[in-house]
Design a protein around this ligand. Structure first.
Ligand code: HEM
Length: 137
């Protein structure tokens, strides 16, 4: 899908903060995702949220604010499975749609889906198994 980047001129750092905050309210209420995040982030959430503001700022506004290695971080999270990415993406898209117009939400979704795909490859791809992986219950 082609997404016109000039449509994103109105996405601000403030908008990204609101998006990330609202997304994690949903994540923390999700029966499957909440326990994974609760184990990884047992204390103060603000450092994670701030990292995610920087991440989405880098992705959508090309500010280069995020410095990190998402693949390495996700590789060490216990209980990751491919189906969780569907949930994550559905919640992320729903949050975008509450906050942005359709074109902007589409632009976020396209980026999120691509990044999710590369994370899934890093986490689950094995040369001797079919790709995409069978959904795990
Ligand atoms: C099954 C789906 C996912 C789960 C359960 C998940 C879980 C997590 C958890 C628990 C952390 C915190 C790690 C820590 O600080 O120790 C984290 C960090 C992060 N996640 Fe995810 N994640 C998922 C998908 C995604 C996707 C699709 C993206 C991007 C579109 C993403 C981007 C990030 C980034 C940028 C960080 C910060 C990494 C850093 O510390 O630099 N995650 N994730």
């Amino acid at each position: 899908m082609t997404v016109a980047t000039d449509r994103l001129d109105h996405v601000s750092e403030d908008g990204i903060r609101q998006l990330v905050d609202a997304f994690y309210v949903k994540v923390r209420a999700d029966a499957e995702l909440a326990p994974i995040f609760a184990r990884a982030i047992p204390g103060d959430w603000q450092p994670h949220l701030s990292k995610m503001y920087a991440f989405w700022s880098s992705v959508m506004l090309t500010t280069g604010r995020y410095k990190g290695n998402p693949v390495a971080k996700h590789l060490i999270i216990p209980d990751m499975k491919p189906a969780l990415f569907e949930r994550w993406l559905a919640l992320f898209d729903a949050t975008c749609r509450e906050q942005f117009d359709n074109a902007t939400s589409d632009a976020f979704r396209v980026k999120a889906e691509r990044i999710a795909e590369s994370l899934k490859l890093a986490l689950f791809y094995r040369p001797d198994r079919p790709w995409p992986p069978e959904p795990t219950p």
